[in-house]
Ligand binder design. Sequence first.
Ligand code: PMP
Length: 350
Amino acid sequence: MKYCNPHIKNIEAYKPGEQPECKDNIVKLNTNESPYSPSKNILKMLEDFDISLLRLYPDPKAEKLCETIADKLNFSKDNIIATNGSDEVFTYIFNAFVSNKKNVIFTNPTYTVYESLAYRFNINFTTIETESDFSIDLSKVPNESNTVFFLANPNAQTGIYIDFETLENFIKKFKGLIIVDEAYIDFAPKGIISLALKYDNLIVTRTLSKSYSLCGIRLGFAASNSINIEALHKVKDSYNINMLTQMIAIEAINDEKHMLENAYKIITERERMIEILNKMCFMVLPSKANFVLAKPLLNNAKDIFEALKKQNIYVRYFETPRLKEYIRITIGSEKENNILIKALSKINNN
Ligand code: PMP
C-alpha cells in the first residue's frame, strides 16, 4: 500500500453479490438478475456475425446504439450516452458533476455503488435516512443549487417507488442536479425518462441488465439534455463499450416486446411471492422492482440467509443497521420461487 493514494488505503472495495458457478442445482436469487433468456434475435445476429470485425476497435461513441435508444424515446442521439453497465455512467457523473464544492446526497439505504464512488473519488457526502417504512421524504433534500442528489427509483434494496407526479413536482422546484437511477423501472408503473429534456437539472440512467436479461454484456445509458451528455462524453473512456455489446444491445432494444413480456411475468411472480411470504410471517415491503425486501418475523434474517445458502439457494443479506433484519430476494422463475418457498417453510417449521 506504500504507493497507493491515502484515501484509497482505508476504503473497502465494493462488494457485489456472490456469483457462484452457474449449475443446475443452484437457485440464484441474490443479484437481481433475470430468470429469463434475452431476445432470440441476439442469437441470430451472433450466428451471422463476421468474426474478422473483431480486428477493429468498436465505435467509440456507440452512435448506432445511441440512435436506437434515442428513437424509442423520441430523443436525438445527442441526448444519450451509452456506458459499460450503468455503474460506469455513475463514475462519469462523478467525474463530470461531483466535487467537494457540491453537496452530494444519497438516501439510506440505496444502491451502495454511489457511496463506494464517493470514497473512491474522496468526496464528502450526506445521507438522508428513509422513513421507518423506507419511504423517501423528498422534502429532506436540501434545495440548493450545489446539491447533487442520487435517487434510485425504484430504490435499491427496498424496491420502494416514487410515482411520476411526486417526482416531477420535486424536480420542477429543485435547484440542484438530480440523477434518477431507473435500473428497475420496467417492473414499476412509470418512469420519468420522458422528462429528461424538459428539466436541465435531470439525468436519468437505465440499464439492460435487469428487464432485458443482459447483465452479462454490461450496457447502461444516461439520458439528459445535450449539454449534460456532452460533459459525460468528455470524461468517458475512449472505447468504453465493446463491439459485441453494442450489437447485442441494439437487437435487444429492437425487441422490446420480449422484454415487456418477461417484465410482466416477473411482476406477476413478485405479487404472488409477496402474498405467500406475508402468509409465512415475513413482513414484505411493497416493492416495484424485480426483488423484495422481507423481514422474517419468526427467525433471524442472517440465519435464514445462511441456512438457504447451505441448500444452494442464494439470497442477499446486508449487515447494516437499517437492513440487518431483512433478506433481499430476487424474483426468479415460478420454479425457482417455489423451491425457495419450500425451503423457507421448512426453516419456519424447524
Ligand atoms: N442501479 C441500481 C439501483 C442497481 O441495483 C444496479 C445493479 N445492481 C445498477 C444500477 C447497476 O446496473 P448495471 O448492471 O447496469 O451496472
